[in-house]
Write a protein that binds this ligand. Sequence first.
Ligand SMILES: Cc1cc2nc3c(=O)[nH]c(=O)nc-3n(C[C@H](O)[C@H](O)[C@H](O)COP(=O)(O)OP(=O)(O)OC[C@H]3O[C@@H](n4cnc5c(N)ncnc54)[C@H](O)[C@@H]3O)c2cc1C
Length: 414
Amino acid sequence: MAKVIIIGAGPAGMMAALSATECGDTVTVIEKNEKAGKKLFITGKGRCNITNACDVSDLFPNILSNRKFMYSAIYSYDNSFVMDFFNNNGCLVKVERGDRVFPVSDKSSDVIRALTKAMADAGVTLLTSCRVIKVDKKDHFYVQYVDGKNKKHVMEGDKVIIATGGKSYPQTGSTGDGYQFAKAFGHNITKLSPALVPFELKGNDFSEIMGLSLKNVSLKVKTGGKIIFDEFGEMLFTHFGISGPLVLSAANVTAAAVEKKSGDIKVVIDLKPALSEEVLDARILKDFQMNINKQFKNSLDRLLPKSIIPLIVRRSGIDGDKEVNSVTKEERAALVKAIKELDFEFKGFRGFEEAIITKGGVDVKQINPSTMESKLVEGLYFAGEIIDVDGKTGGFNLQIAWSTGHLAGSNYGG
Ligand SMILES: Cc1cc2nc3c(=O)[nH]c(=O)nc-3n(C[C@H](O)[C@H](O)[C@H](O)COP(=O)(O)OP(=O)(O)OC[C@H]3O[C@@H](n4cnc5c(N)ncnc54)[C@H](O)[C@@H]3O)c2cc1C
């Protein structure tokens, strides 16, 4: 029976703990927060998109960096295992649009409860408010940590799993400590950058619409006139630019375009994607007829959210005080364009504080993909976001955490 020490009680660490106990190991999880799963709690806007119910083979195209490295991990613990685990541990799951899997209760706290209860039932020791500061290896591993009273402790173990996450949303505990532990053992850390992250836009045209959330709009990202992203969904205007599911989905391809220096990047929002230009024009005409003596600026209430109207009026180039009965056909065409092609210049990405995940991490060349064990240090394992693997939105990043966690926990050779 081996003594396993897991650093970090995020999804990867907790799953690793459960699979290690299945192998008969004695397991301690050390977590610096006062409770387990602080980041998990805020996932999926508090609903936790646990995984994606797509065909197993379709998980791979949704893994963006080092997908081949993930083959063994995914095939040894795929999305159906994840769904079974939660269904069998008091957290029933449901499948929504895009095969996204959520708890039936829509509460991420139920996901955390299922994991912490299963750990307690399996005899895992969970030390919270304990921050690991150093990991050494001599004959055994020696993990140094400080407790909530700032008292230093050293724990001895046969196997250590580093599951400290990345460095995004650092207030959740993921401050990148694990990269230092890995480096101290000679591991290479590939370039770290914030990923699945909101966009900053140039100008301040959008600042008056901050807080406006839009459903059923389409977002295009263009570079050099070429469309590199075109999807339909939800987004949000913020004080710096845009955020929300559509924007996060667009972040990967946009980051690739930035990296390639493919030229100026534009985002184009279609506020009425379900209406063709002709149908929209007819709709506008109808609204004008109902508001025949009103000023143009007061005639769009039925068509658009109130806060965006001044911006659309400005972009249309039509004098807002003009009576609608004198708006010309050409002016209406300009209005249609302003609504269907509301464009902004891309300025850059937000930082790690607002990134859903960290791109980059422990170099996969130095990790055995069949076990998650370090190729440099026997008995040292990695799991979750600390590894240089990342996925798209839709439950794929948590699937990476579950699969790598499960494999890291289950593979003790001794
Ligand atoms: C706002 C937001 C929403 C998201 N929504 C989704 C979603 O719906 N679906 C999805 O698939 N993915 C989602 N993600 C991504 C997903 O949360 C992460 O990929 C996942 O949590 C990574 O799991 P992990 O266990 O590797 O790391 P983490 O969840 O980051 O856990 C690491 C743990 O290690 C602890 N730790 C760190 N350093 C130390 C130390 N020195 N000593 C002790 N403990 C330490 C941390 O406190 C933390 O609890 C979201 C992320 C964010 C920020």
